[in-house]
Design a binder for this molecule. Sequence first.
Ligand code: PBG
Length: 330
Amino acid sequence: MSGRSEPGVQSRLRRLRGRESVRRALRETKLHPAELVAPIFVLDGKGTVEQVKEMPGISRYSADRLGPHVARLAKAGVGGVILFGVPSRKDTMGTGAYARDGVVPTAVRALRKEFPDLMIMADVCLCEYTTHGHCGVLSGEKVDNDRTLPLLAKAAVEYASAGADVVAPSAMMDGQVLAIRRALDGAGLGETLVMSYSAKYASAFYSPFRSAAGSKPSFGDRKSYQMDVASRRQAMREIEADVKEGADIVMVKPALAFLDVISEARSRFDLPLAAYNVSGEYSMVKAAAAKGWLDEKAAVYEVLVGIKRAGADLIITYFAEQAAMWMKEG
Ligand code: PBG
């Protein structure tokens, strides 16, 4: 006997829920601000802060205006930030992505100076910098995998030398982790981490981000490089490939419609696992809350704790500042 009731005896699981102090003590999953990473859109130029219409509560900042925003995030205890560049000029090769004085390296240098201990991550992709809006360079109308790799590697080296702790390739090009790892090591940047957007799905939930970052593809879609939303085993192959190529952190993106993928990745791999609670998942909650159709604080808690319960160690979320404040209040 293990001290359990005899078969046939009615279970009394409600004993576990009678009082908040008991529920709190027995809670299986606890959230901490340090697990949250805040995405930040960085604009070219100076003196600009603009609200993102599709993402209430989120703004885009020029590098010189980031300080107070990031200071608030740090004060709330968030684990780090991930930067996305929104350049004013684009070209077919996405040269702004790997220019030394580009929008992301400029912001990284400014933040590194003001916040020496902050974990700074930088997204590595071409879509915000190309006139066609695709994540790699084109050969005809096709996104050319192997011609894109050296450009992503160059971008990663620029961001790392500017002071980013983590570079995060999100282009879904095969071999991007290996190309970046080799380039970093070759440039004496062996301490920089690579967080790979390993299982990144071709999702409808990126729409608000694409408005904020100006990265809508001008023709076609991303389905020839981002994953088909109906596949799970293939996600495990993507993660496995990135592990072999030397990723330090792997990611599943988006989070909410892919909790099974997060859960399986957690049980199969021992690397730190990130999940990206993407723009559409944010805007959906914000829109419903604004209409009074749901309680925002309770919904945000449920979303974030669900992603963690599924197995994520890190959650990239536009709710980071607000949620970290709520967590501090208890
Ligand atoms: C760049 C990138 C995207 C997102 C993160 N990195 C957009 C895309 O792939 O179209 C989406 C993030 C979000 O929706 O919050 N490739």
